[in-house]
Design a protein around this ligand. Structure first.
Ligand SMILES: C[C@@](CO)(OP(=O)(O)O)[C@H](O)COP(=O)(O)OP(=O)(O)OC[C@H]1O[C@@H](n2ccc(N)nc2=O)[C@H](O)[C@@H]1O
Ligand SMILES: Nc1ncnc2c1ncn2[C@@H]1O[C@H](COP(=O)(O)OP(=O)(O)O)[C@@H](O)[C@H]1O
Length: 284
């Protein structure tokens, strides 16, 4: 039997950096929303305890791939030997795009294998394991749009409007660690207080990485300037993707069709329940 599950993208509707901890990690305030667009992962049980990924991602050795790392981490936490799994990856999300593709893949693996291997680990345990793999994994494990604080792991469910987005991927890959180590990065935005449910307009707030990223990568600035003509546009995470918000699919598609030639991206709906959790609920 093959189980196929979505591994959606996220957007940071805004991202404030409030400080830097002694261990070098940054304290953030950010609003996460999922997109109804992403990778797919298919799972098939094996009998020999091996974790096998196909196809591999060029440039990412399997032992570094968050898919295999998540499967191995979960196996270590099982009280009984696990049967192993074949995982097939259908990658659509650009890497190093700020869309959280690797983190989302890890979360899909944790939830899928918890189900297939009948481990019965609860969500808190899976989120805690996920945090060992990356700061963004817990939000994908929990599956609800969220207001995040701490280094991104203190999550409060949120309900931002489910708008449509044009997402553009400028032709550069951005390393998260590189942006956080830039000298000119804004790190002192005062903490804001917002209603826990956050139903307001996130585009009032900025992404503190935007200035540094635009300075280092002029192609991001170009895409941002172009998309900003039509409404609020922002960088997601530490980039490179930028997004513009539209009230309807047709409004988003009109802008998408008029984009300068050569630029990649997609149109997708913002959703407050992860497509992964929607699909898992249908299986029950
Ligand atoms: C800032 C965000 C917003 O969503 O950026 P994106 O990666 O999505 O662009 C994420 O929280 C990133 O999460 P993730 O990509 O999982 O980061 P990690 O692998 O944990 O960290 C990569 C590196 O970024 C830096 N880092 C990351 C998160 C954080 N709060 N402070 C940091 O200083 C650290 O140098 C760390 O070594
Ligand atoms: N399954 C995976 N999918 C994508 N990237 C992965 C994966 N496993 C490891 N990585 C590494 O994580 C890096 C960040 O990828 P990704 O999560 O897609 O971007 P971002 O953190 O910018 O949203 C990649 O450049 C790659 O080296």
């Amino acid at each position: 039997m093959t189980l196929t599950l979505p591994s959606p993208a996220k957007l940071n509707l805004f991202l404030h950096i409030n400080g830097r901890r002694a261990d070098g990690y940054h304290e953030l305030q950010t609003l996460f929303q999922f997109l109804d667009y992403g990778d797919d992962l298919s799972f098939e049980l094996r009998g020999d305890g091996q974790m096998v990924l196909s196809p591999s991602i060029p440039g990412v050795p399997d032992e570094d791939n968050l898919i295999i790392r998540a499967a191995r981490l979960l196996a270590e936490h099982s009280s009984h030997p696990v049967p192993g799994v074949n995982i097939t990856l259908n990658k659509r999300l650009p890497m190093g795009g700020g869309l959280g593709g690797g983190s989302s893949n890890a979360a899909t693996v944790l939830l899928a294998l918890n189900h297939l291997w009948r481990l019965n680990l609860d969500t808190d345990t899976l989120a805690r394991l996920g945090l060992q793999l990356g700061a963004d994994v817990p939000v994908f494990v929990r599956g609800t749009a969220a207001w995040a604080e701490g280094v991104g792991e203190v999550l409060t469910p949120a309900q931002p409007p489910e708008d449509w987005f044009v997402v553009l991927k400028p032709g550069c890959d951005i390393n998260t660690g590189k942006i956080f180590s830039q000298e000119g990065l804004t790190r002192d935005t005062p903490r804001i207080k917002i209603a826990p449910a956050f139903e307001g307009d996130a585009s009032r707030y900025r992404n503190d990485c935007e200035d540094v990223v635009c300075r280092l990568y002029p192609e991001v600035r170009k895409s941002l300037d172009w998309l900003s003509q039509f409404g609020p546009a922002r960088l997601t995470g530490t980039g490179a993707c930028i997004f513009g918000r539209f009230p309807t699919e047709s409004a988003a598609r009109i802008i998408w069709e008029s984009k300068p030639s050569g630029i990649k991206g997609f149109v997708a709906k913002g959703v407050n329940l992860s497509p992964l959790h929607k699909k898992l609920a249908e299986l029950k």
